[in-house]
Design a protein around this ligand. Structure first.
Ligand SMILES: NC(=O)c1ccc[n+]([C@@H]2O[C@H](COP(=O)([O-])OP(=O)(O)OC[C@H]3O[C@@H](n4cnc5c(N)ncnc54)[C@H](O)[C@@H]3O)[C@@H](O)[C@H]2O)c1
Length: 429
């Protein structure tokens, strides 16, 4: 599969832009490369102002790598740099379950390594964890470019290690080996790093993609069922907003995927492949998020606040699912979905053993969540909503009354599971 959007050209420091250089889709402004001085320096007068313009070439790999810890497979030992020394940061639970295989692998590949075991879950996703990793990088004496840190774990671990690496000497390369479903299809494939700060989700973070990400679904065999469902929520997001075929696959096989933890050949690979491709198609043209209308923000408008206030009750994907359930009902009220489609969506969420409702979905919390999201989206709602199943659009005019009505209908549906509940009696004012 290839992503066909035009790529930004590598920057040559100081060189003018090639006249036919394609405009970078996420470029903030139409600057050309170079140093532009104001004043009249050509005639010997001192320059009085300067504009420095350059572009950052970015290219990173994401690849399915079954058998990533097979001692005969050199992929991980060579990922992101020449074979040699590596600092390996591993999620504590993954270390318990897979540490022996990891050690055997690194020894077989002749890697000179040290391991740092990190407790990683949402409540310890803080700067303290980042400082722990930075201290360990220091103690290891990591070189600046040629010794990528290897991060092995779920989305919390890879977000923390990514942030530490982006800060350490302002940028140190790292390699990701995601071990959860969210890691495989979402946290492990994009460019964002981050930790929670204050009461806010991922409030501190950077854009620093891993140079290489190796996806091995075999890790999912030890993941508990609830975390498989949690990852299925992010796959459902991609399906709802841009991939109707993926939605069909989830309807037909989603429950089996929960049962088998993606370990049966066939459908699991198809679902994972479509989810990762759909995600990267959306991320690549807007990697730095200069454009704030992002389809992949679907399910992420109310959920950051709900997830943080509900901690540790809701997992990330579960909070996203509750948000998607709410906005499905908003879309239904606006005639963007019909009742049958909305029912299919909500029923599928249930079938994937995901929550569609949480008591925090009440008007005050929802209004506060939306206000925070408006600040995050630079003063506008830019709220992604589904249009049918498999497409989306953005709106800016959701008000408190509409939100409260949608939440009320959803609460009734969650309690009764009836079509009448989501259809309601009124339509959009
Ligand atoms: N950077 C991004 O673009 C991005 C995208 C989506 C989500 N995220 C972040 O990802 C986080 C959620 O990720 P997550 O769901 O992977 O949570 P997680 O990292 O907390 O992992 C979930 C749990 O599973 C355990 N675990 C990990 N791998 C295992 C395995 N193979 N077998 C058994 N147990 C295992 C972990 O120890 C943890 O307890 C959130 O903080 C979210 O903000 C980031």
């Amino acid at each position: 599969m290839s992503l066909t959007h035009p790529q930004r050209r590598p920057a040559v420091p100081g060189a003018p832009a090639a006249p036919d250089a394609p405009a970078a889709p996420d470029a903030p402004a139409a600057h050309v490369h170079g140093l532009h001085a104001t004043g009249d320096p050509a005639n010997g007068a001192p320059a009085t102002g300067w504009t420095v313009a350059t572009a950052l070439p970015v290219s990173y790999r994401v690849r399915f790598t079954p058998g990533v810890l097979d001692p005969r497979n050199p992929a991980l030992a060579r990922a992101g740099g020449p074979p040699g020394r590596r600092l390996v940061v591993v999620d504590a639970r993954v270390h318990e379950l897979h540490g022996h295989r990891l050690r055997r692998y690194l020894a077989a590949q002749g890697v000179e390594y040290e391991t740092h075991v990190l407790l990683a879950h949402e409540q310890v996703k803080t700067m303290d964890a980042v400082f722990q990793v930075a201290d360990r990088m220091d103690a290891f004496g990591i070189s600046r470019r040629g010794e990528p840190v290897i991060a092995v774990g779920g989305g919390v671990l890879t977000d923390v290690v990514g942030l530490a690496c982006s800060l350490y000497r302002r940028s140190t390369p790292f390699v990701r080996v995601p071990t959860t479903l969210i890691g495989l299809v979402d946290a492990g494939v994009g460019a964002k790093t981050g930790v929670n700060h204050g009461r806010h989700k991922n409030r501190l973070g950077t854009y620093h993609p891993a140079v290489d990400t190796l996806l091995d679904p075999a890790f999912l065999a030890t993941l508990d069922r609830r975390h498989i469902g949690n990852g299925l929520a992010e796959i459902l997001k991609v399906a709802l907003i841009k991939d109707e075929n993926l939605f069909g696959l989830l309807e037909r096989h989603g429950h089996d995927l929960l049962d088998t933890r993606f370990q049966s050949p066939g459908t699991g690979a198809a679902v994972l492949g479509r989810a990762v491709h759909g995600m990267l198609q959306e991320l690549q043209p807007n990697l730095w998020e200069h454009r704030l209308e992002r389809l992949m923000d679907y399910g992420h408008s109310f959920s950051p606040t709900v997830e943080m206030r509900a901690l540790p009750e809701l997992l990330h994907g579960e909070a996203v699912c509750v948000d998607m359930a709410l906005t499905t009902v908003v879309a239904l009220r606006r005639g963007l979905l019909d009742t049958g489609q909305a029912e299919r969506v909500l029923r599928l969420m249930r079938r994937l053993e995901l929550p569609v409702w949480h008591p925090l979905m009440e008007p005050v919390t929802l209004a506060e969540a939306l206000a925070d999201t408006v600040r995050h989206r630079d003063g506008r709602q830019r709220l992604p909503l589904p249009r049918g199943i498999g497409a989306g659009l953005f709106v800016d005019d959701l008000d408190g009354a509409e939100l409260a009505d949608a939440a009320g209908r959803l609460r009734t549906w969650a309690a009764t599971g009836g079509a009448d509940a989501v259809r309601g009696s009124g339509t959009r004012a």
